[in-house]
Write a protein of this length. Structure first.
Length: 166
């Protein structure tokens, strides 16, 4: 069987803006950041310690699940607009702006603060992406980004409150 040409991935769309590529690039950066944040959240979930272990462990597991659930929708939006998305862990690494944390030990309060800041950075990334998809006329993605911003704001809020000294 002969290989199909690269154009086989062309997806029909009524969106014809020259800004679609820019919007897809922004969505791919958001996707890479979601994967980076997912892995960091799971890392901190696995390595949590201290007197609030159970509460933090469960909260981070819930947050990781929520983050991962967004990834498919982001990638599918890229494809629905006729573009291609990330293909590998290496591709994620080339696109991500959220920094990994490979430290051997991170204390619970530092974990929560870092994840809070990463979620706030993701919110900013989503807002910038939203502007680009709106410029491309992609109202469906824009609407979805509103929900993703709300979810990230909630995660940041929970992380902030969990780390407060009462």
């Amino acid at each position: 069987m002969a290989q199909q040409p690269a154009t086989a991935l062309d997806t029909p769309t009524d969106l014809t803006s020259n800004n679609l590529g820019t919007a897809a690039d922004a969505l791919n950066t958001s996707l890479a950041d979601l994967y980076a944040l997912y892995l960091k959240t799971k890392n901190f979930h696995w390595h949590m310690s201290g007197p609030h272990f159970r509460d933090y462990h469960l909260m981070l597991d819930d947050q990781a699940t929520q983050i991962l659930s967004i990834t498919d929708a982001v990638a599918e939006r890229v494809r629905k607009t006729g573009n291609t998305t990330l293909r590998s862990i290496g591709d994620v690494g080339r696109h991500q702006t959220i920094k990994d944390n490979d430290q051997a030990f991170v204390g619970p309060e530092a974990m929560l603060a870092e994840l809070r800041d990463d979620n706030l950075a993701l919110i900013q990334q989503f807002r910038e992406t939203r502007a680009k998809v709106e410029d491309a006329g992609d109202t469906a993605t824009s609407s979805m980004l509103d929900e993703w911003v709300d979810q990230a704001e909630e995660r940041a809020w929970f992380l902030f409150e969990a780390a407060r000294k009462g």
